[in-house]
Ligand binder design. Structure first.
Ligand code: SAM
Ligand code: SF4
Length: 323
């Protein structure tokens, strides 16, 4: 459907849990967060019902996220259920990749056609420091499994000054040697993101141009988001840049988010949205939910307001919003 700013909204990110097996320094505090209670979280039946209703508005591309989606038991079963809805065009997942090790084939069978895997360093020590304890070798094995299965792979890398500055060209080189896409995402001042220091995309582009030569725009990468893709000479895959802090990001925004506790969020950085869990649990009909979603999406905020004072500023951690 088209919002009041003329953007076509066809992409729904579904966070199925706020829990995570890692504690990335820019996402969650070391001690963890007060996790949602079981009854606060939407059941798989509730998620499936909402997706059936929302496909009626043209939301056809789905992404499962979290927290870490693979932490929730039955995550791949849910993917299979959503894949069974005829109007659903594609299902993808964003994961840190650790618990997907050995399960990529099952993910493919359940209908997942692309995986975004977060990877901020190839070095075991740096990866462990950034994620507070993660084992990078498991992530790399998952990436290889996905490539072997022919699943589309995008690597999400958040450049953080003082942590992975020197690792960025090496991560980009994954796209030189394999047909995958490496995306650099500017750190956003959400959750713990405000206390880490971002490296902006132009600086990363300069490093990569020095290392690999001048890139060409790559319009061939299929994506449902605001990344700009390029191809460096002799690369099999592509490199994407997501300048999250610039408003160009918002002008191309095509997405809304369903949080694990059933709130429909219209923008990453605004709390404005609707309590769909409340509607589901107080007996709202499909038509009532559909028209509430239609009205909310039409009124999607034009842009984030990371550095402005707004009345509905989002102050939850990224694991609760879904990234
Ligand atoms: N646990 C999964 C993962 O890490 O891929 C899915 C959820 S995570 C919140 C989704 C994405 O958000 C990850 O790629 C992560 O790097 C990114 N992210 C988390 N906090 C961020 C921040 N403050 N700024 C930019 N990206 C962030
Ligand atoms: Fe967990 Fe993903 Fe947040 Fe890292 S970015 S703490 S893996 S939810």
């Amino acid at each position: 459907m088209i919002d009041k700013n003329g953007r076509c909204i066809d992409y729904l990110r579904i966070s199925i849990t706020d829990r995570c097996n890692l504690r990335c320094i820019y996402c969650m505090p070391e001690e963890g967060v007060h996790a949602m209670r079981h009854e606060q979280i939407l059941s798989f039946e509730e998620i499936e019902r909402l997706v059936r209703i929302m496909t009626g508005l043209g939301l056809k591309h789905l992404r499962l996220t979290g927290g870490e989606p693979m932490v929730r038991r039955g995550c791949l079963e849910l993917a299979g259920r959503l894949h069974g809805i005829p109007e659903v065009g594609s299902i993808s997942m964003t994961s840190n990749g650790i618990l997907l090790e050995g399960k990529v084939c099952e993910a493919k069978r359940s209908g997942i056609s692309s995986l975004n895997i977060s990877l901020d360093s190839l070095h075991p020590d740096t990866y462990s420091r950034l994620t507070r304890g993660g084992d990078v070798s498991r992530v790399l094995r998952t990436i290889h499994e996905a490539l072997d299965e022919g699943i589309q792979v995008k690597i999400n890398t958040v450049p953080v000054r003082g942590y992975n500055d020197e690792d960025l060209t090496e991560i980009a080189a994954l796209a030189k040697n394999a047909p995958l896409c490496v995306r650099f995402i500017e750190l956003m001042p959400i959750g713990c993101g405000g206390s880490a220091q971002r490296i902006l995309c132009p600086e990363v582009m300069k490093k990569l141009e020095d290392a690999f030569g001048k890139p060409e725009p790559d319009p061939s990468v299929r994506g449902h988001g605001p990344a700009r893709y390029v191809k460096y000479p002799s690369f099999q895959g592509s490199v994407g840049y997501i300048s999250a802090v610039s408003h160009e990001f918002c002008d191309n925004c095509n997405r809304i988010r369903l949080t694990a506790d059933g709130q429909l969020k219209l923008c990453l950085n605004h709390t404005k949205g609707i309590d769909l869990r409340g509607m589901l649990r107080t007996g709202a009909s499909d038509e009532e939910i559909l028209s509430a979603v239609r009205a909310a999406v039409a009124d999607k905020p034009a842009r984030h307001a990371f550095y402005e004072k707004i009345s509905d500023h989002e102050d939850r951690y990224m694991n609760a919003i879904g990234g």
